[in-house]
Design a protein around this ligand. Structure first.
Ligand code: RB5
Length: 144
């Protein structure tokens, strides 16, 4: 695995999975920054998405993970930030290919959509997968 520094955030709808993913990261000694939310009280996902995006753009983190109820709001918000390539994944194949082909630097998950074991498998695959570059780099450059 590359030297990972993960910025992680959720709204109230993704809070439980955020905490579980943090346990996963701790158990593997993967560095992380928890940008919140820190309670189950209702909050606004675009603010959290922006915090994670900023950590990546500043270089404090090289990957981001965002969890909300569906993962959709987080992915829409994160993808508004230039330089962020957020992939909403509900399966491990998409997680791997979002790294290999799209060089996704943010993974989005929906706590109300997928089970917790699948969510952790997706995180595992996504963190271990690398960008293949080559022809895919040309396409990612077009987006940028
Ligand atoms: C919060 O109720 C919910 O709208 C949010 O977590 C997310 O699913 C938005 O896309």
């Amino acid at each position: 695995m590359e030297n990972l520094k993960v910025a992680i955030g959720s709204d109230h709808g993704g809070f439980n999975y955020k905490e579980q993913i943090i346990e996963y990261l701790k158990a593997r000694n993967i560095e992380y920054i928890d940008v919140g939310t820190y309670t189950r009280e209702s909050c606004d996902y675009p603010i959290i998405a922006k915090h994670v995006a900023e950590k990546i753009l500043s270089g404090e983190a090289n990957r981001g993970i965002l969890v909300c109820g569906t993962g959709i709001g987080m992915s829409i918000a994160a993808n508004k930030v230039r330089g962020i390539r957020a992939a909403l994944c509900g399966d491990t194949y998409s997680a791997r290919v979002s790294r290999a082909h799209n060089n996704a630097n943010v993974l989005c998950l929906g706590e109300r959509v997928i089970g917790e074991h699948l969510a952790l498998d997706i995180v595992d695959v996504w963190l271990k997968s690398s960008f293949e570059a080559g022809r895919h780099k040309r396409r990612v450059d077009m987006i940028e």
